[in-house]
Structure formats: C-alpha cells, structure tokens
Design a protein. Structure first.
Length: 523
C-alpha cells in the first residue's frame, strides 16, 4: 500500500473551524472558511486540515463553548458551524430571510433535538459545499479523527440511538463505581475512554481495555472504521489527522486504513503520536508528527537566548539523522512550529524575526510542513480548547495584521511549493563554522540547493564558512553554475571548481539571515 504521491508536496494549513471567523462571542462557521479560500490559496498552501467538526458534549463542557475533542456524534456536523439567515432553526426551503445569523456560545446548546437536527443537516450541506469549493481551488481537505475518546454523553450511550447512528453500546466504554464513563486521563474529564478490547501499553486504563467476548470488539471496530469510511465516501474528503493515534490499538489501524483506501486510494492518514511512531507507520499511516524536532527547537532557542556555551544548532542534525534511522523509508514527518496544542510561534521564539529561522527549517527539511491559521500574521493568542475559559479570553484572529510577515510566508511557501529539491527525501548536512547556524544540501535529481538556517540574532552578524559539497561543484563545473539566494535574491555566488581549495565559501550573515542557495546555470 503505497503512500499517495500528492502528499510528497503537501503544505498543510490547520484551521479551528469554530474560531476561524468568530467575533463577539459568535462562533465562526464553515462559510467563513469557504469565503476565505482565495486568501488561503494565495498563501501557497494546498491542504486544509480542520479540527473536529462534530457536535460536542452538552453536559460535560469546559466553559460555555467546550472542546471539539469531546465528540457527541461522529456522523454529524456541529450545528453551531452552520451559517443561516433569519431564524436559525427554520428549514431552508421556507424561503428567503433577511439577516445572517450565527450561533453563539450560549444559544445553540439549549436547542431541542429537532432544532439541532435541522441545524446539523444545514451544517452538513455547507461542509459538502466547502469541500467541493476547496477541491475546485486545488485544495485538499483533511478531517480530525478522534478515535481514542469521545464525549461522556455520546449518542452511543443513548438507548434511543438508532442503528444507523451506531445504536446503544454502553459496553464500548469503561465505567467507574458510580456508573459514570471513565476518561482516558483524570484531567480529560470532559471525555470518556473508548474500549477497543485490546490493552494498549502506556495507556492509563490499559488493563481494563478487554472484552469478555470478541463480538463486542468486532462491532466496535466496525463502527469506528465505518466512521472513517463515511466522511470519505459521502463528502469526498482527502484524509485524516488521527488524534492520539498511539492510544488506539495497532491492529485497528491495520484493519481500518486499507478499508478507507479501498474507497479512495489517494486518502492520507497522519498520526498525532508520541509513542510507537515506527509501529504506526508500519500499520499504514502516511505521516507522523515530528514532535521530537519541535521540542528540540524549543530547547535550542532557550539556549540561544541565554548564550549557553554548550549550545549547538548542529543538534538538529542529530535529531534528523535519528528520525531517518528510526522510521520507514519514504515516511513523511509533519513539520510545525505551532499547532492548537502548543503556544504560538512568535511567543515561543520571542518575536516575529526570531520566529523565522525555525519556520524556515520546518519548510526546508524533508517532510510535510504545517501552518496554523493566524501564524502567518504573527498571531500571539492561541485559542484555548481545554482550559474552560474560552469566552473570557478569546481574541479573534486578525488576518489583515502584520502584512509584512504574511508576505514573507507567501514568499517562502511559494519556494517550498515550486522547488523540486524540497519535495524529495534527500538531505545531507554540511559542517559550518558557527554554533548558531546549520546548513544542509537538499536535492532531487539535478535540482539542488544549499540551505543555511541562521539562529544568531546578535549584531552586527557573523562570518560563516562551509565547504561546498562535491555534487554542487560538479554541477557548477558542468553548467557554469552559480548559487542564487532564493530568499533575498542578492548577487549570485559564482564557484570556480578549480583549484579544489575553492570549495570553501565564506559569507557574512546579518542577524537571523538565512539562505536558500539554489544551483543554477549561469546565463
């Protein structure tokens, strides 16, 4: 089962749908995302990843808005994501209305089941329209699949839940002595652990994850695999980011992933995982979160700021080489500097300019880069999902802010998208004279470039020396080549392949100046 070719050049744009267009305590909607597709496409990304779009818990919310990861119905779309006009509960067939209406953090959750059903069907139609328009614009769409846990009041625990919605299955859950569903972790009290019938090493409730008979396990697996099939078959989505994939049994993934790919072969599966990463790739996942490198970059940044004498950006090389030895050939690491679980990039790295080197590294290493909505505008506020204080602290994303940074993102994303040498797996690190910089060769066929990432923020800058790789010298000798910096497009660096000592290059880098030196024939 090969990995889809399109995923090699994917650039992911992560969106939290309920906050994407949220203003004044009114939820954002799917239509907000749809209206913004031209701007999103202009950034240079080609894949949308949406946080969970499903209805969430009514009874166990953290704050008024709750967490999208406390899912109440896997086969529906959250009613608050529907944009309506006039009466939000009116059937769309009743005629035109006069005013656009959005759900708020307080009104939709008090709706009756019938009213919610009307909104949910409207939200489904609008989700289908979003996917269709995204595809028409050359953008693929990924959904978040939360298979490890769900809401304690999930409809699977409703005796009246019809078979087409999964039916009534209290045996698929774990229960405490007070007849309450047990969460996967004590601080995840707004969720309930799902019982796949197989103990998962490292999971808090591992010893209890068993069934007395295999029929219950098979039924539960069939339902969850059916959820994955449903959104691909009915809405033509392009894949899933699977939440906490390492806490779901590997055998489930081995069974479910081929079933989904039998419907649409080009579907991708991304694992958010912090254990058993190699096993998940072997089980069929196409990509996996590069959380080790994310943590390495954060720790290195702290060392830079405190001028730690033992600081070495070259530690990045060790982490990448470890990845390449630990995981399957052809795997795709998901590279990011922020996401919905982590602080914003400009906060982590201490400002806009300091944030650029780690972002550039994520964009130029082998793997699939991911940008969280608002990152390109220097957003400093991370919308909370789990803290229960959403309404008190929410600040909308201003996509018109920091146009200079947004322009920089468009420029570097365009380079990532256009240059073949950034789409392959080949990378070779180059020794440099600075502790605060790293360099590597990226190559695919005859296309190649030397990437220099400079974390040094001290004025006036520093002299950086490195030895040009032999294949670059050979390319220059064969075609009269030169090195052109794609970031600032300054004067070319001409290389004379003879004598051999000319292979060493010395450059003066301004504070935080990085380079992507493409090999081009001189014209």
């Amino acid at each position: 089962m090969g990995r889809p070719k399109w995923f090699t050049s994917a650039i992911i744009y992560q969106i939290y749908p309920r906050v994407y267009g949220m203003t004044d305590r009114q939820f954002g909607t799917l239509r907000d995302i749809q209206r913004d597709l031209p701007r999103i496409k202009s950034l240079g990304v080609n894949t949308l990843y949406l946080l969970p779009i499903h209805p969430i818990t009514r009874k166990y919310r953290k704050g008024l808005s709750g967490s999208p990861y406390a899912i109440r119905d896997y086969l529906s779309v959250a009613p608050e994501l529907a944009e309506t006009e006039g009466n939000p509960y009116a059937d769309e067939a009743t005629g035109p209305h006069t005013a656009t209406c959005r759900s708020t953090a307080t009104d939709w959750s008090t709706a009756t089941d019938q009213e919610e059903a009307v909104l949910a069907e409207r939200a489904k139609r609008q989700f289908r329209e979003l996917v269709d328009e995204a595809h028409a614009n050359g953008l693929r769409v990924l959904l978040d699949f939360v298979g490890n846990h769900c809401a304690p009041d999930n409809i699977l625990l409703d005796p009246a839940n019809p078979p087409e919605k999964g039916g009534y299955h209290p045996e698929w859950f774990l229960w405490d002595d007070d007849s309450r569903p047990i969460p996967p972790s004590s601080d995840w009290w707004d969720t309930a652990d799902l019982n796949y019938g197989i103990p998962v090493e490292g999971k808090p409730n591992a010893r209890r994850l068993v069934y007395d008979n295999d029929e219950n396990r098979r039924a539960m697996w069939a339902f969850m695999a059916g959820v994955l099939e449903y959104w691909v078959r009915e809405f033509d989505i392009d894949g899933y980011r699977c939440d906490f994939a390492h806490w779901v049994p590997l055998d489930f993934w081995r069974e479910a992933i081929p079933r989904v790919k039998a419907i649409k072969a080009e579907v991708v599966f991304i694992a958010e995982a912090y254990e058993r990463m190699a096993d998940l790739l072997s089980a069929g996942f196409d990509g996996i979160y590069a959380f080790e490198l994310y943590n390495q970059l954060k720790s290195l940044h702290e060392d830079v700021r405190h001028n730690d004498p033992y600081y070495e950006v070259q530690y990045i090389r060790n982490k990448i080489e470890w990845e390449r030895g630990a995981y399957l050939p052809g795997h795709r690491m998901i590279r990011y500097t922020e996401n919905h679980d982590e602080p914003r990039t400009v906060v982590t790295y201490g400002g806009v300019e300091r944030s650029k080197p780690p972002v550039l590294l994520a964009l130029t290493l082998p793997g699939v880069p991911m940008v969280y909505a608002g990152q390109e505008n220097g957003a400093a506020f991370r919308p909370p999902l789990f803290e229960g204080n959403f309404e008190a602290n929410f600040r909308p994303i201003d996509f018109s802010a920091n146009r200079t940074l947004a322009s920089w993102y468009r420029h570097v994303l365009a380079i990532r998208s256009a240059k073949a040498f950034l789409h392959g797996d080949e990378i070779r690190f180059i020794a440099v004279s600075s502790r605060k910089a790293t360099a590597f060769l990226r190559r695919k066929g005859d296309a190649m470039a030397i990437v220099v990432i400079n974390f040094n923020a001290e004025s006036p800058g520093e002299r950086l020396e490195f030895e040009v790789p032999p294949e670059v010298m050979e390319a220059c000798a064969a075609g009269g080549g030169q090195l052109i910096d794609l970031l600032e497009e300054g004067p070319p660096i001409r290389l004379d392949p003879y004598p051999a000592q000319n292979r060493r290059v010395a450059l003066f880098l301004k504070p935080l100046q990085s380079l992507i030196l493409e090999v081009r024939e001189e014209r």
